[in-house]
Design a protein around this ligand. Structure first.
Ligand SMILES: Cc1cc2nc3c(=O)[nH]c(=O)nc-3n(C[C@H](O)[C@H](O)[C@H](O)COP(=O)(O)OP(=O)(O)OC[C@H]3O[C@@H](n4cnc5c(N)ncnc54)[C@H](O)[C@@H]3O)c2cc1C
Length: 438
């Protein structure tokens, strides 16, 4: 089977550019034989490969990444490692309480794994237990916050309600009418995290970068082709987000929905005083179609919004320009005290969304497995599902593994062109309804 589309992210991601330079591992050359291959070295693939390496110390594991480490979505997200369930399909973001309890346990397990690896390998990724604000300005967003409070109460999770008049002490801007602060989110520099994780893999894991899989033969053993040869393996794990559809799985169910971000230059000391508030924070929107903001430890402001469906997994210059313009307007609405702060970067990245917000975990066909469909929450979910998939492959059992295996998986969608029409119209409608929250 030929892989028709391979990733080609834009070259202007601020996180990647500001993270430590590293020499990428060489691409595979000629023919390689191993017991396992993992395709995709984002957070999910790195977690799978690390845990396979530790569970099977006598096996060779090959990790194949089409781009450079940190260049894909795992290195270009907003850096919120969120603990709480974040079910944007549920009115209260929490949904079914039993599932929410397990999602919370999964996310906290992933946070512990990330913290432990960051400290074990001294990964400098600005990891901070900073919590997050979920803030609203429109009535729709305020209703979400009210519903979310009910959900958090039912789940027994703490939060602080902050009235609009008190918000400038926290975040500088007086734009929002209300926010909920939840303490369990960790903030981080995503590209630095991914690079650090890639540079600390176990010895029996071989990472090939700039090495796209271009063809796959589901024989026994499985043959993966790349530009100069092949990797022949007994077992294959797909951790390549929506690109798993190119490998023949979950077609039309894994939706490459892109979102975009812009990052300013660092604020001067005088501008920081003018802004006020805490030195570092992260805000997610009440309305899921609204704007995410970060004030980074190096005093840049990040603005993330806009969603576009790109079925081929690639964005383009025109959409990036539209994102810069939209984010400029979002910035000016919130930070009128900071005129003339230019954006240094604007970039896009793919999330793997599914209609029912469920991911895939487990077998795809004989000897082929996947952890796919993070639905915009890949830092924790990707890490957690990646590690647990490798544990399940090693015959381990746990309540979290049972929970993941019992998921219904991504739901089916109508065929093209109805699919594109449906996804595009719900994205446009959602963004239009977000109003000032965008
Ligand atoms: C702007 C933005 C903001 C976001 N903010 C957050 C946030 O704050 N918190 C959060 O948790 N999530 C956030 N997300 C979502 C998060 O980035 C994803 O959920 C996460 O990256 C998924 O990780 P992954 O490893 O499963 O997939 P990816 O990171 O997409 O990794 C898959 C990898 O597979 C590779 N690949 C694909 N096809 C092939 C092939 N044929 N051969 C070899 N390699 C291949 C790709 O190059 C890619 O590197 C955001 C996303 C974006 C774009």
């Amino acid at each position: 089977m030929k892989i028709r589309e391979t990733p080609a992210d834009d070259k202007v991601c601020g996180w990647f550019d500001l993270s430590k330079r590293r020499v990428p591992c060489e691409a595979a050359k000629g023919n390689t034989r191993a017991r396992w291959a993992v395709v995709g070295a984002g957070l999910t693939g790195l977690a799978v490969a690390r845990q396979l390496g530790s569970n099977f110390p006598d096996d060779q594991i090959v990790l194949l990444e089409a781009q450079e480490i940190g260049f894909g979505a795992s290195g270009r997200n907003s850096g919120f490692a969120i603990d709480l369930p974040h079910d944007i399909g549920a009115a209260d973001y929490i949904g079914d309480p039993a599932k929410a309890k397990m999602s919370l346990a999964l996310n906290r397990y992933a946070q512990q794994q990330i913290s432990a690896l960051v400290s074990q390998y001294g990964i400098d990724c600005q990891l901070a237990a900073a919590g997050k604000y979920q803030a609203a300005v429109e009535n729709k967003g305020l209703k979400v916050l009210d519903a979310y409070m009910g959900g958090l109460d039912r789940l027994g999770q703490s939060y602080q309600v902050i009235d609009g008049k008190d918000l400038p002490e926290h975040i500088g801007t007086s734009f929002y009418r209300k926010a909920l602060f939840t303490p369990g989110t960790m903030l981080l520099q995503p590209a630095s995290l991914v690079k650090g994780l890639a540079d600390s893999l176990p010895q029996n894991v071989t990472l090939f970068e700039n090495c796209a899989v271009t063809e796959v033969e589901y024989s026994s053993p499985i043959v993966l082709s790349h530009s100069t040869g092949s990797v022949v393996v007994d077992k294959l794990v797909l951790a390549n987000n929506a690109f798993a559809s190119q490998f023949g799985f979950l077609k039309g169910r894994l939706l490459p929905v892109f979102t975009y971000a812009s990052m300013t230059r660092p604020l001067t000391s005088e501008e920081q005083i003018r802004l006020g508030g805490k030195q570092q924070w992260g805000i997610i929107p009440g309305d899921p179609f609204g704007t995410t903001l970060r004030r980074t430890p190096d005093q840049r402001l990040l603005v993330r919004n806009m969603m576009r469906y790109h079925p081929d997994g690639k964005t383009n210059r025109q959409v990036l320009t539209a994102a810069t313009e939209m984010q400029r307007r979002s910035f000016e609405r919130r930070f009128s005290m900071l005129p003339n702060i230019e954006f240094e970067y604007t970039w896009g990245g793919a999330m793997c969304m599914t209609r029912n917000h469920a991911g895939h975990f487990g077998p795809l066909r004989k000897d082929v497995y996947g952890a796919l469909g993070c639905n915009g929450l890949g830092i924790t979910r990707g890490t957690g599902t990646g590690m647990l998939l490798a544990d399940w492959l090693a015959g381990k059992d746990s309540e979290l593994i049972d929970f993941l295996l019992s998921s219904a998986g991504p739901s089916a969608n109508p065929p093209e062109p109805l699919l594109s029409i449906g996804v595009n119209s719900s994205l446009y409608w959602g963004q239009y309804r977000a109003g000032q929250e965008s």
